[in-house]
Design a protein around this ligand. Structure first.
Ligand code: FES
Ligand SMILES: [Fe+2]
Length: 406
């Protein structure tokens, strides 16, 4: 079924490519410039988007086996994700139930966590195993002192977490069926080659760039080249969007050769052709696949809002279909990853920072998204809609039957 959807999208991209057309939305749309610079708006986004919606917190391959864990922070909330004995992933508030100190740091393997303040020990399923000096401390019912659990769902080799222990929003409904398309990457059996975190501009400024092919041959002329395509068609599942260039050509895996899809029987279209482009997951993930280091790879970019409105952080995960087995492959993957860091840090984010500073002058009141920038328009509409929705409305928006109807 979802393969059928991939085929339909590819057919549409090929048809547009043959006709030298693209899908255009109805209007050129303006967004208030203050949407990017207003501190109060930024706080609303942290509270109503990042602390209320399911977020893709880790690729499954970052926690490949039972006992693996990672501690991280998102929008000021300390989070611990573990892979438990039964193989399931579970996220917790990384805060000891004695007096709140984080129980874990960094990442690694551990089946229990001893708090560094007074020594309470928790299992990796969140249960309180033991308290220090129990006779002196006094009686506690351990069952009431487990680490707080966050709703967690692992799908398509990715782990989603809602940073609200009391959330009633169903994560699967929130994904709007998009996860069944992402399954085609096969990330659940991929390998994490490397990761790093880089600073960037306002999170929406950064995210705009991931939804935008219009800028590719201009801003990235020195890296991708000035003859790079600048058109994208957008496909949406609720707020989640895939963008891909309308073209009948796809670069053949592992070479510079272009395949003409009109000359290949549909049943033989390679999976790379069906998955090409950028897959974003609202509100903060972008997945771009490519060939690098002797096999299929993907860069999963995960945005975090920063302390201030003009700051964000991006963790780039470089995942590979196969773990590199020799130095040449490792070297190829390393070069590809380093190249992408330069593109994002030195071109996209440097421009985003300059853009932000100029907007902060307050002398420009609107920014514009063209008919060819429907993905950016949709992103800002979703931010507005979801920051205005109360919890009941949020559940209604993502109720499965309504999603199907939209
Ligand atoms: S805060 Fe963790 S043991 Fe006291
Ligand atoms: Fe870019």
């Amino acid at each position: 079924m979802s393969r059928q959807q991939l085929l339909e999208m590819t057919r549409s991209l090929v048809e547009h490519g043959k006709a030298d057309t693209m899908e255009l939305v109805d209007d050129v749309v303006a967004i208030p410039a203050s949407d990017y610079t207003d501190e109060a708006q930024f706080e609303r986004e942290k509270n109503l988007i990042f602390k209320r919606l399911p977020l893709m917190m880790a690729p499954s391959c970052e926690l490949p086996e039972p006992g693996c864990y990672k501690a991280m922070e998102m929008a000021g909330i300390p989070v611990l994700i573990t892979r438990q004995k039964d193989g399931t992933a579970q996220a917790f508030l990384n805060s000891c139930t004695h007096r709140g100190n984080p129980v874990a740091e960094g990442s690694g393997k551990a089946t229990r966590f001893t708090c560094g303040y007074h020594g309470w020990t928790f299992k990796n399923d969140g249960d309180l195993l033991a308290i220090a000096s129990p006779k002196d401390f006094g009686k506690v019912d351990k069952a009431n002192f487990c680490l707080q659990k966050f709703p967690t769902l692992e799908r398509a080799g990715l782990i989603w977490v809602t940073l609200d222990p009391d959330s009633t929003l169903d994560i699967e409904s929130y994904l709007c069926g998009y996860d069944s398309l992402l399954e085609h990457f096969g990330f659940d059996s991929w390998h994490l080659f490397d990761q790093r975190t880089i600073p960037g501009p306002n999170w929406k400024t950064a995210y705009d760039g991931y939804l935008d092919f219009y800028h590719l041959p201009v801003l990235h002329k020195d890296t991708f080249g000035s003859d790079f395509f600048n058109r994208a068609n957008y496909f949406a599942w609720g707020p989640h969007q895939r963008l891909s260039s309308p073209s009948k050509f796809i670069q053949k895996t592992g070479s510079d050769e272009q395949l003409d899809l009109t000359e290949i029987d549909e049943k033989d279209w390679p999976i790379d052709a069906l998955l090409q482009g950028v897959w974003t997951i609202f509100p903060h993930i972008s997945i771009a696949s490519f060939y690098g280091g002797g096999g299929r790879g993907a860069m999963i970019s995960q945005l975090f809002p920063g302390e201030k409105v003009g700051e964000s952080y991006t963790t780039q995960f470089y995942v590979m279909e196969h773990e590199p087995t020799d130095d040449a492959v490792r070297q190829g993957a390393r070069e590809q990853f380093d190249f992408l860091e330069v593109v994002v840090a030195e071109e996209d984010y440097k421009t985003g920072k300059r853009q932000h500073e100029a907007l902060q002058s307050g002398l420009i009141d609107k920014v514009w998204f063209g008919r060819n920038e429907g993905g950016g328009q949709a992103f800002h509409q979703w931010v507005e809609r979801l920051t205005k929705a109360d919890d009941a409305e949020l559940n209604r928006i993502f109720a499965p039957q309504l999603q199907a109807a939209e």
